[in-house]
Design a protein around this ligand. Structure first.
Ligand code: ADP
Length: 191
């Protein structure tokens, strides 16, 4: 099994690059943001709980997202590998993921971390908000809270994987195709 984490702040291009990566490498895409929005659209109890946090730009509690990822892993026993997008976002999530993957004997091959300046992130998110229908993208205060959450809780997740030499920094600015090529070069070294 070949598992990758695509890492980076909100608006760094994880969703866009994930689509291209899963089709090239045949991985199963696990985006906690997408899984949560699916629950919200169906107005499930989990979705309703998550929405309160997401609307404020806060992270959803660890036990909620860890439970979702655990079920998604169990639902895909034949996957060639997983591309984790937007997960793990806290140290507790990183440790939980390691434990889940240990049970499957399937470690993380690499964490690919997209590097984008804050100014560019805010510009991209506001632009996405014009068309995405995502309420967390068209309010600058919510966007800023998401970036604060990223700095306070998520950025340290990279340190967790650094101790295992698994972090690869990728310049996340330029054309979509150029960024994709940079990602592929690093993945091909490890595949
Ligand atoms: P972005 O990376 O652009 O913020 P996502 O779709 O990944 O977009 O996430 C949207 C929101 O969903 C986050 O602001 C957060 O509230 C919630 N969320 C997504 N993934 C997680 C996670 N792993 N842990 C906690 N909250 C999460």
């Amino acid at each position: 099994m070949f598992n990758l984490i695509l890492f980076g702040p909100p608006g760094s291009g994880k969703g866009t690059q994930s689509e291209k990566l899963i089709s090239k490498y045949g991985l199963k895409h696990l985006s906690t943001g997408d899984l949560l929005r699916y629950e919200i659209n169906r107005q499930t109890p989990l979705g309703k709980e998550a929405q309160n946090f997401m609307d404020k730009g806060h992270l959803v509690p660890d036990e909620v997202v860890i439970g979702m990822i655990s079920s998604a892993l169990d639902d895909n026993p034949d996957a060639k590998g997983f591309l984790f997008d937007g997960f793990p976002r806290t140290s507790a999530q990183a440790e939980a993921l390691d434990n889940l993957l240990k049970l499957k004997n399937a470690p993380i091959a690499a964490m690919l971390a997209l590097d984008v300046t804050e100014e560019e992130l805010i510009k991209r998110l506001l632009k996405r908000g014009e068309t995405s229908g995502r309420s967390d993208d068209n309010n600058e205060n919510v966007i800023r809270s998401r970036i604060v959450e990223y700095h306070n809780k998520t950025a340290i997740v990279a340190d967790y994987y650094k101790q295992f030499n698994k972090v690869v920094m990728i310049k996340g600015e330029g054309s979509v195709d150029d960024i994709f090529k940079r990602l592929c070069v690093e993945i091909d070294k490890r595949a």
